[in-house]
Design a binder for this molecule. Structure first.
Ligand code: SF4
Length: 357
């Protein structure tokens, strides 16, 4: 790990980047990439070197919609035990947060993995719903859990999403004029690098898959800048120690068995066709939306607004820097978050507040 934080090597790569005389705008879609860029001060050095790095919709908790938060709240309020990753606890919605429901006596449990949730379900005398949030990084473990036939009192509210098609829609929208994409390392371990080829072939987007250490990021960005400078558009992989062209075939097969693609709204985006993961009917015994339709149907009839004044949508589209939100650091802080980008450890606003404020 320390080799991947070597200052001398970082200086050399920065020198090479500066020698390219750049004025480019690139995007990544990964909260951990943003953390590395801000925590190690890379983002300012890159800006000075003519590389404007934007953060896209790469924080899974942040892109989860108010409707999905309200579904979780409704289940907890109806007396179900709700198991969540910690980052979900304080995400505010119109009628409160899971923390609010917990303080009102709701049974909300924090878990580190879906396996923990299954173990809990085995030891409680209540129905448990696991809120399945995340991209290709966490969806395989949800899939393999359902394939292993968890207990009858266990179910999943699938809020899983997939990244590659969301990128296509982002590129097609043309809202953020991009010269290239840094692809997320964790997601790519599962999808493989081949998955992104359509973006270079059909849209002429240069791409590099990068890991999470400072030198991973700098090297990935240098490779991307070199492509842009040469007028090339291809997928390069600077994270070969973890990502293969085909990805994790077993994980892909498990996902394909348990989930089918569906249209889903992302926070800050409209409905993005085919980017959601719905539990297939063969596994509907564990699908909270089927099992608890009576509880959730009234929620589905409503519309839920984004928190007043919150600019998370703009941040997630890479159109606004978190610090430029008028509420940043004043009305909205990690102890009193207005939107999910100030709740999740992977949220752009949390990262900005933690390291640069
Ligand atoms: S600073 Fe707070 S209110 Fe503003 S975009 Fe971020 S989370 Fe939303």
């Amino acid at each position: 790990m320390f080799e991947l934080r070597d200052k001398e090597m970082a200086s050399k790569i920065m020198g090479k980047l500066r020698s390219l005389d750049l004025d480019i705008k690139i995007m990544h879609v990964c909260g951990t990439h943003q953390d590395t860029l801000v925590r190690f001060g890379l983002i300012d050095m890159l800006t000075e070197a003519g590389v404007n790095v934007r953060q896209g919709p790469g924080c899974p908790v942040c892109v989860t919609t108010p409707m999905e938060i309200e579904e979780s709240l409704a289940l907890a309020r109806a007396g179900k035990t709700v198991a969540i990753y910690g980052d979900m606890l304080k995400v505010p919605s119109e009628t409160g947060s899971l923390l609010t429901v917990k303080s009102e006596g709701g049974d909300v449990r924090l878990v580190y993995s879906i396996a923990d949730a299954v173990e809990l379900a085995k030891n409680i005398d209540n129905d448990m719903v696991f809120i399945g949030v995340g991209f290709e990084t966490t969806a395989p473990s949800t899939a393999s859990t359902l394939l292993s036939k968890p207990p009858d009192n266990f179910s999943v509210l699938s809020c899983h999403r997939t990244i590659p098609d969301a990128l296509r829609i982002l590129v097609e929208s043309g809202k953020v004029e991009l010269n290239g994409l840094i692809e997320p390392g964790h997601v790519s371990v599962i999808t493989g690098s081949n998955m992104y080829e359509f973006l270079s072939r059909d849209y002429g987007i240069p791409q590099v898959i990068a890991g999470f250490e400072p030198l991973d990021m700098l090297m990935g960005i240098y490779m991307l800048a070199r492509q842009i400078k040469k007028g090339e558009a291809k997928v390069e992989n600077s994270y070969t120690r973890a990502v293969t062209p085909e990805g994790n075939i077993k994980a892909q097969e498990a996902m394909a068995k348990v989930f089918e693609p569906c249209d889903v709204k992302w926070r800050g985006f409209p409905v993005l066709p085919g980017t959601g993961l719905r539990i297939r009917s063969e596994y509907e015994n564990w699908d909270a939306r089927v099992r608890y339709k009576d509880i959730l149907e009234p929620i589905w009839q409503k519309e839920f607004e984004e928190p007043a004044g919150c600019k998370c949508g703009d941040v997630l589209r890479g159109e606004l820097d978190p610090a430029d939100c008028p509420l940043f650091g004043t009305k909205c802080t990690p102890t009193n978050p207005i939107g999910p980008c100030m709740v999740s450890a992977e949220g752009g606003c949390t990262i900005e507040y933690k390291y640069r404020r």
